[in-house]
Structure formats: C-alpha cells, structure tokens
Design a binder for this molecule. Structure first.
Ligand SMILES: CC(C)(COP(=O)(O)OP(=O)(O)OC[C@H]1O[C@@H](n2cnc3c(N)ncnc32)[C@H](O)[C@@H]1OP(=O)(O)O)[C@@H](O)C(=O)NCCC(=O)NCCS
Length: 122
C-alpha cells in the first residue's frame, strides 16, 4: 500500500488496488456498500489516468457521495504524478452526466467508436 494514498483517502472510505493484464494498476474506492469509483493508469503513459465506474446506490444519491468519490480519485491520480485525466461516456449518455463532469472541469476531447471522451488537466 502506498502510504501517501492512505492519507488521501478518508477513513470513511475503503481503498483497494489491483493489477490486471490490460492496465498498469486500477484503484478502487468504496463507501460501505453504497458507492464505488475507479481510476486506472495505462502501462504506456504514467502521466495519463482514466476514470471508470462511478456508481452510487439510488437510495444514497444526491448527498454528495459521488462528488466525494470524484475528488478522491482525482487526488489519487495527482499524487501518482498524473497530469491529465480522461473519461468516456457511451454515445447516448444522458446529457446531465456530461454536464456533471463539465461542472467539475472536464472538457470535450474526442469522439470515436461509439464513445465520447472528456478530459481534464490536473
Ligand atoms: C452520477 C452519480 C454517481 C452521482 O452520484 P451522487 O452521489 O448522487 O452525486 P452528488 O450527490 O455528489 O451530486 C449530485 C449531482 O448530480 C446531479 N444529478 C443527479 N441526478 C440527476 C438527474 N437525474 N438529472 C440531473 N442531474 C442529476 C445533481 O444535480 C447534482 O449536481 P451538482 O452537484 O453538480 O450540482 C449517480 O447518480 C449514479 O450512480 N448514477 C448511476 C451510475 C452512473 O450513471 N454513473 C456514471 C456517471 S457518468
């Protein structure tokens, strides 16, 4: 466990990381059984991180948990030397989800293979 990352993640969240063949390392942050989010880094670029899977149980939404998870995973990426963070939405995404990220500093980057990419400089 990276000591610095334990400091970034508040005690009320659990924190895991794992390796699989496609990515260098994936970090997963979880709040009890209600919510989790992931951020991962590719093998080929230590400065670029990708977000995936931000999910809050429907009974626990609109209490700020999604925003907290978002801030934590950005801080993890920053602490690990990330300079840019990317995420994708399936074409057909609900507009408010894109706006949710845009209010948090993400900008349209590109569109390909049925997804749009948004990105933010850290
Ligand atoms: C997106 C999601 C993670 C937000 O989690 P949350 O804990 O409710 O988030 P917060 O309480 O921090 O923020 C709520 C925000 O979402 C907005 N929001 C939530 N549901 C909304 C809806 N149905 N329509 C429009 N806006 C909505 C609120 O206006 C608020 O915006 P603001 O904080 O920027 O003003 C949650 O709705 C979810 O799990 N959705 C299903 C999974 C999903 O789509 N995840 C990927 C998102 S791209």
């Amino acid at each position: 466990m990276n000591e610095r990352l334990s400091i970034i993640v508040p005690d009320t969240f659990s924190f895991y990381y794992y390796r699989c063949s496609e990515y260098d390392v994936t970090y997963l942050i979880k709040k009890s059984n209600d919510a989790y989010a992931q951020v991962y880094r590719y093998f080929n670029d230590e400065t670029a991180f990708v977000l995936s899977d931000l999910i809050v149980h429907k009974d626990s939404r609109r209490k700020g948990i999604g925003t907290e998870l978002q801030i934590i995973r950005e801080n993890i990426a920053k602490e690990l030397g990330g300079e840019v963070i990317n995420l994708w939405l399936d074409v057909g995404y609900e507009q408010w989800k894109r706006e949710w990220y845009e209010r948090r500093g993400y900008k349209y980057s590109s569109e390909e293979d049925g997804v749009i990419w948004l990105s933010k400089d850290l």
